[in-house]
Design a protein. Structure first.
Length: 471
């Protein structure tokens, strides 16, 4: 049969194969059929993840290996080893010369040198996404050469013994307008030089994500920070400590276009309340993990000021009560489409409030009650008649839910497309079979492999249900 398939046809077949799954090794096995299949399999790939170190790969072999993937557009490389600066130079140059169609490149976690970046920008003109690490001292003027770059992620790190302050001659002061729409920075410290130019140049920014940051640069950078807020639509602040209040204050004063805000572990009660009360933004999505800083008065301010909210996600918020959530329910009864109360004590303290709360949300499409370990069948089942519009349900880690909850889900949630029942101790393999067999709209299920019977696997395959298990 193989000899009747020309290279072009076989390559197209391989390109259309689904990604490898737990229960099918077809995609992985095709490369073992013959050398021809291996060659065509590699030629058909558009995505590739690799791990390199100077010990397991020699520079002269890089270009030869890369040449086997002519259609690659997404490349992720993990760099191992301690002293890899020279190897990183050669690796970047090999990438630049081998993948002219590259659209996304990720090199982590070791810092990469800036010298080969010019070659990368010239040889890969279609590069739209770049994720790298840089060591101090750093600058971002090299971004001018990347004319198609829309997404940039940079992790800033320090090299022991290296002088970190950038010299004045390298800072520059020319005006520039980058095409960046998404900027992800991690590791920024207070007093870092080199960010002032970046803030002033990101005039088209739509999404800003800061991770593990303790500052936004030196004094000049702080004064320029608001430059990138004009058209900003999404902000994510993950583990950014005390600077959260400062950023929220700047947002409230300078940003009118914000539609999505995520804050994990940072800020103060006063800073949050000020933003929720004074912001003029039409926030549509709010995602908060603030165990000790979020109270009912914050929810009341959200209900009063963000009446167009369509998604509310709360994680480990232990001080809110049913009264605060009731205010949300009354204010957003026709708008809210997604609600998450993950590991929130209110579900354990006031389990019956869920029934009245969910009843208010007439258009609820996604519900996440994960890791509420004490959520029992009685309260959960009473809530479900109001969930007949649900498309996605997550109850991961709800250990007390049993067959009664599964039966009720099947009765009331006829439109359910995705369900996560991972780590639900009370749900057994026979219950998983019920879900796969009787949930007519199901397209995805998250469950332990140990709870998947042969019947579940067969029907999941037959009905094209994606099964996601713990690895």
């Amino acid at each position: 049969m193989e000899r009747f398939l020309c290279d072009e046809l076989l390559e197209e077949i391989l390109r259309r194969l689904p990604p490898p799954s737990t229960f099918s090794s077809t995609t992985a096995d095709v490369s073992l059929v013959s050398k021809r299949w291996l060659r065509l399999y590699r030629s058909s790939k558009s995505r590739l993840s690799l791990r390199f170190s100077p010990d397991n790969c020699k520079p002269h072999s890089l270009s030869s290996f890369f040449s086997q993937f002519p259609h690659l557009s997404f490349l992720s490389i993990t760099l191992d080893g301690d002293d890899i600066s020279t190897f990183s130079d050669l690796l970047l140059l090999a990438v630049a010369s081998s993948f002219p169609k590259l659209r996304l490149l990720c090199l982590q976690p070791k810092p990469v040198p800036l010298f080969p970046m010019l070659s990368l920008s010239t040889s890969c003109p279609h590069l739209t996404s770049l994720f790298i690490s840089l060591s101090r001292p750093f600058c971002f003027h090299w971004l001018v050469s990347f004319h198609s770059l829309k997404i940039l992620g940079v992790h800033l790190t320090s090299v022991p013994g290296r002088f970190e302050q950038v010299v004045a001659a390298s800072k520059g002061d020319f005006d520039c307008e980058l095409k960046l729409e998404t900027l992800v920075l991690s590791g920024v410290r207070r007093g870092d030089f080199g960010l002032d130019w970046l803030w002033r140049s990101c005039k088209r920014l739509k999404k800003l994500q800061l991770r593990c940051c303790r500052g936004i640069g030196d004094d000049t950078s702080v004064s320029s920070f608001a430059y990138c807020f004009k058209g900003l639509q999404e902000v994510e602040l993950r583990i950014c400590g005390s600077i959260v209040d400062e950023i929220l204050s700047i947002l409230a004063e300078n940003c009118k276009s914000l539609s999505s805000l995520l804050v994990y572990d940072g800020g103060s009660r006063e800073g949050l309340l000020q933003f929720f009360s004074q912001s003029c933004c039409d926030v549509r999505k709010l995602d908060l993990r603030l165990p000790l800083d979020l109270q009912d008065n914050h929810l009341l301010a959200v209900a009063e000021n963000f009446r167009g909210l369509s998604s509310l996600r709360l994680h480990s918020c232990c001080l809110i009560t049913g009264e605060g959530l009731k205010a949300i329910g009354v204010a957003m009864s026709n708008e809210l489409e997604e609600l998450a109360l993950t590991n929130c004590d209110v579900v354990e303290r006031e389990p019956w409030f869920l029934t009245s709360l969910v009843h208010n949300f007439r258009n609820l499409r996604k519900l996440d009650l994960s890791y509420n370990e004490k959520l029992a069948d009685e309260a959960f089942v009473l809530m479900l008649p109001s969930c007949n519009c649900l498309r996605e349900l997550k109850v991961r880690g709800c250990e007390e839910l049993t067959n009664a909850s599964v039966v009720s889900i099947l009765k009331w949630c006829k439109m359910l497309q995705s369900i996560d029942i991972m780590k639900c101790r009370g749900i057994e393999p026979k219950d998983v079979e019920l879900v796969v067999l009787n949930c007519l709209s199901l397209r995805q299920i998250h469950v332990e492999e140990s709870k998947l019977s042969d019947v579940s696997k067969l029907w999941a395959s037959t009905k094209f249900v994606e099964v996601i298990v713990d690895l």
